[in-house]
Design a protein around this ligand. Sequence first.
Ligand SMILES: Cc1ncc(COP(=O)(O)O)c(C=O)c1O
Length: 432
Amino acid sequence: MIHRRGFLSSFAGIAGAAGALGVAPKWAALLQQEAPKLPDSALYGSNDEAYWTEMRKQFLIPTDEVYLNNGTVGSSPMPVLRAVFDGYNDTEKMAQSDPEDYPIWGYGAWNEFRDPLAEFVGCTRDELALVRNATEANSYIANGLDMKPGDEVLMTDQEHPGGEQPWNLRAKRYGIVVKKITLPKPVPNAAAVLNLFNDAITPRTRVLFFSHITTVTGVVLPAKELSALARSKGILSAVDGAHVAGMMRLNLHELGCDMYTSSPHKWLQAPKGSGFLYVRDEVIDRLWNTIVTAGWDEPKLRAERFQRIGSSNVPALWGMRAAVQLANQIGMERIEKRHRQMADYILKEMVQRGAESWTSPDAALRCAIASVNVAPIQITEIENWMWKTKKIRIRGGGPSKIRLSTPYYLLRKDVDRYLAAFDEYKKGKAAA
Ligand SMILES: Cc1ncc(COP(=O)(O)O)c(C=O)c1O
């Protein structure tokens, strides 16, 4: 634990060094100043928009920018950034008391980081490996399970490349078969998804792999029911939860899947390069290591053996731990509620403006991502226009899908600014 005084003076030191190195003075000043205080929790009860407006001050995103692309990467707030610097400040002096605790940093149990995360996501420490992101964790799963040529993995047509491609590689190299179900846009209800999966399962299906929240439309798939379906048929379930940690409450034991991956740099606002792989205790011994160093053949390490990847970026884990702490301080219930409110608001407004909703009408199947189809508007054109003329970041997919991410730090006035810009763009198009 770093004391506040030492912590601040250490920042001043870093800031001085930053100046000497010619780093932007604004950043140096930022390191010297005290972070704005977190808003009083009581404010939430009296005026929740004021509460989130205060919370917004923790983020470096300039006030004149509207960031609607948290689904790609989040923005780490001050407590997280400071924790990362604390991590460097603590370790870079090379003064560890134990001479064997030299910061080679790839061989630790990292329990001080795994424990709070395990509690946050509802599993045990031994079932968690701290890896760099969901892509890495998904690759571990696709490469690590025993499968014979002809064995099938069943997934959706809305998987991210970082989820699907590891399986495609295995298919090309070793002859497993990738099969896909096509999700309707929008997904009407959970039963529709369950039926699609159930009907596509064959005697060769070995793994159900699906995103808990898809990158394409942001639909929240019924992960608990799909995991139960897989279990009932002796099939393994592997869930890509890149978007889930920090967006919605998550309890992996309740979910009941066999494996789960995530990228907390998105909705938990953790540092980039801090992801996790969860493997249910009963399944750990069935998963081979992909990246290998000492410890890979020591079953008693449990999931820790998957995080032994050689020298690693431990200060990112300091930041991840701070991100968990911040989410706990705010409360996941409040965060999830805010996420839902803002996404519902932006969706309703877009539909009123003639957009076709690709977001599920079932509230249980949506959270903080609203997807709409706005044909004939071209996404690349509007994305550039929004950024270059309005300082508004949106993202989507060809030809005409807009995916709007609504993190808790997004304010209602930011959404209104985006909506006004959208109206202006449409009007300009109509006049042209
Ligand atoms: C569902 C899903 N899986 C995996 C990824 C890849 O995430 P990362 O680049 O952090 O590994 C993403 C990124 O958007 C995603 O949406």
